[in-house]
Design a protein around this ligand. Structure first.
Ligand code: GN1
Ligand code: MG
Length: 355
């Protein structure tokens, strides 16, 4: 279906002037639609990645509960999604992809790199406030939009299978990175043990809490976007993805690995923001799992990028053939930063939680 046809399903867009590609997500296609009065975001959700019926059902549930929560608590958590003329939050095209139209905030900012600890604190605090709402939603009503999304042990298994199927020359190109993943397989084992203990509280979680999924509006609001992976999960992964994306002073695809570092002061700021927002609202096992979550998600992301590189870049959008390998290397550097400070980091989390 053409974009024009989708736009035609929203009466308030009928006088639109133009649309243009917008943002830099790795998975979905996003456009800015300008009308004479205001602008909107139009997004096409990738049907090859997401289980669209599950996603539509999750978000219908989420948005129908959100409005009341926001007005009762006097907060705004995420940009509005507007209903089509048929009264639905998503329009499904003839190929089965889902489209949505959302509120746009002129002059808003989002960051690929956290510019200062104040932003790290504020963004994590907003993610914590968002989780307070998610805590009120029944996880049993939500379905997986991607099977095994944050299943670190499962990702590790998939990676081993990939190693068995690719040829030697490909393996040679990424020999060091493969060796790293194999060396730290115990991270996946620890996660499996934690899952199997049955003690970790399953909640509705965001599952893609990277820094650029947090929007800072010109009038000072901090909003959470990119809700496609909203599904049952564990807060350790949401915390972990913030650690992964707030602490490096370099982009996820920085080629100069010397620029990638684990910034402890950002780790502290984001941990403070998140733990403060969720004080008394998560249990002890969850608090104790946070650092495991940080290690797990960075390890998992290393595997995902590397796996995609080895399979010939079939999942992530790439700008050049080694793009996923470059991304793999930044993840490895970050994970090394965490591993060499582990005791200090876990003491810091414990100290905050006990305050
Ligand atoms: C993808 O869609 P985007 O760019 O926010 C990915 C995340 C990864 C991230 C890495 C559905 O997120 O899981 O962490 O890239 N989303 C999906 O930058 O796979
Ligand atoms: Mg996303």
């Amino acid at each position: 279906m053409q974009i024009d046809e989708i736009i035609g399903k929203y009466n308030f867009l009928k006088d639109y002037i133009r649309y243009s590609p917008f943002g830099n997500g790795h998975i979905n296609d996003t456009y800015l639609i300008e009308t004479p009065g205001e602008a909107f975001i139009l997004q096409k959700v990738n049907k090859n990645v997401f289980d669209i019926p599950a996603l539509v059902s999750n978000l219908d549930f989420f948005f129908s509960a959100l409005w009341e929560y926001e007005s009762f608590n006097g907060v705004k958590l995420t940009p509005a999604v507007y209903k089509s003329d048929e009264g639905s939050y998503h329009v499904i095209d003839d190929e089965g992809a889902a489209w949505r139209v959302m509120e746009f905030f002129p002059g808003c900012s989002s960051y690929a790199i956290s510019p200062d600890t104040g932003i790290s604190y504020k963004a994590a605090r907003a993610m914590g406030s968002f989780q307070l709402f998610l805590n009120e939603l029944p996880a049993a009503k939500f379905r997986d939009t991607i099977k095994g999304f944050h299943d670190t042990p499962g990702r590790y298994e998939t990676f081993l299978q990939t190693l068995n199927k690719i040829d030697k020359s490909k393996k040679k190109e990424a020999a060091k990175e493969i060796e790293f993943v194999l060396k730290y397989g115990d991270i996946a084992c620890d996660v499996r043990t934690l899952f199997n203990s049955g003690k970790l509280h399953e909640r509705v979680t965001h599952n893609d809490t990277k820094l650029d999924n947090i929007l800072f509006t010109a009038d000072g609001q901090t909003l959470i976007i990119d809700l496609d992976t909203l599904m049952p999960g564990y807060i350790m992964y949401d915390y972990g993805d913030m650690v992964r994306t707030f602490t490096s002073p370099a982009k996820e695809d920085e080629r100069d690995i010397g620029k990638v570092q684990f910034r402890i002061e950002h780790f502290k700021a984001l941990t403070k923001g998140y733990v403060e927002a969720l004080k008394g609202k998560v249990d002890k096992t969850e608090t104790q799992s946070l650092l495991t979550g940080a290690k797990a998600i960075i390890y998992e992301q290393t595997i995902r990028f590397l796996n995609d590189y080895l399979l010939g870049n079939i999942y992530y959008k790439v700008k050049y053939p080694e793009h996923n390998l470059v991304r793999t290397r930044t993840q490895i550097k970050l994970l090394e930063g965490i591993l060499s400070n582990e005791k200090m980091l876990s003491d810091y989390i414990e100290e905050l939680a006990d305050k």
